[in-house]
Design a protein around this ligand. Sequence first.
Ligand SMILES: NC(=O)c1ccc[n+]([C@@H]2O[C@H](COP(=O)([O-])OP(=O)(O)OC[C@H]3O[C@@H](n4cnc5c(N)ncnc54)[C@H](O)[C@@H]3O)[C@@H](O)[C@H]2O)c1
Length: 280
Amino acid sequence: MSGRLEGKVAVITGGASGIGAATASKMVAEGAYVILGDIQQEAGDSMAASLGPTASFQICDVTRENDVQALVETAVRRHGKLDIMFNNAGIVGAIGPMESTPAEEWKLTLDILLNGVFYGMKHASRVMKKAGSGSIISMSSVAGVTGGLAPHAYCAAKHAVVGLTRNLAAEVGPYGVRANCVAPYSVATPMVAQAYLGDHTDMDKTVRMLADESPLKGRPGLADDVANAVLWLASDESGYTSGLTLTVDAGITTGSVAGAPRFSEYRPMQREAGKMGLDA
Ligand SMILES: NC(=O)c1ccc[n+]([C@@H]2O[C@H](COP(=O)([O-])OP(=O)(O)OC[C@H]3O[C@@H](n4cnc5c(N)ncnc54)[C@H](O)[C@@H]3O)[C@@H](O)[C@H]2O)c1
């Protein structure tokens, strides 16, 4: 299928790499005009160039409201509208136990993962409410719906994105605007390669590692898996969906684990302590 986003205008933060870049690629292939924002000038320029004339790059640090606002303004100035806002930029941020998490690292992590999303929601919703349509998609994580999977600041920010998405959906729904978020488990991107292997370029090893640890036999999480979910939320196919946290996680948050599940073999049921089977 192609043309699912024909003529739509999208802004993607963190679009120079990983999930943002994969999403940009799919959106362009489906007929959208895409404006990428990122702090990486060179990678952003070359990503936009590789996507062709319907994509462009603009430097944007999501911790600066003016930068995020400027991305939205570029979309409106150039194309007269903004249909899709993907608040995606992120880092792993502060790592370690609570008692040794430096306050400065905590604040910067939240500045990128939460405040950056807030700025995107703020300026996109302003434009979309006026237009009476639009889809705002933000990046949460499995760490946004359960504990124990990521560092504290990351977990806090991603939980906040889930809450903010729900609240925003309630506000903008009456104006014809939708707000949703995605919550992926580990997928192979430079961020994950750096966090797990200490080398953001080693994608092959990252993919192999994720395949080995996957609850879906041999199936690693890929940036394209998340991009496909975002594409659906961006398109009119999801037109009746708002406030959703869409997990893309091989079942991790619903109890799936790597390897054989417990209780997978038949045994007579336990009737009461020490007694098995149906006979008294
Ligand atoms: N990869 C995963 O397994 C995974 C899982 C769940 C959620 N996520 C989230 O997905 C998003 C994208 O991550 P990714 O895995 O594609 O990583 P990535 O490192 O490949 O891409 C992230 C991009 O964000 C940009 N960025 C970082 N700080 C920025 C800032 N202040 N302003 C603008 N851009 C900035 C980076 O330059 C980079 O291009 C993040 O929010 C991350 O938390 C990733």
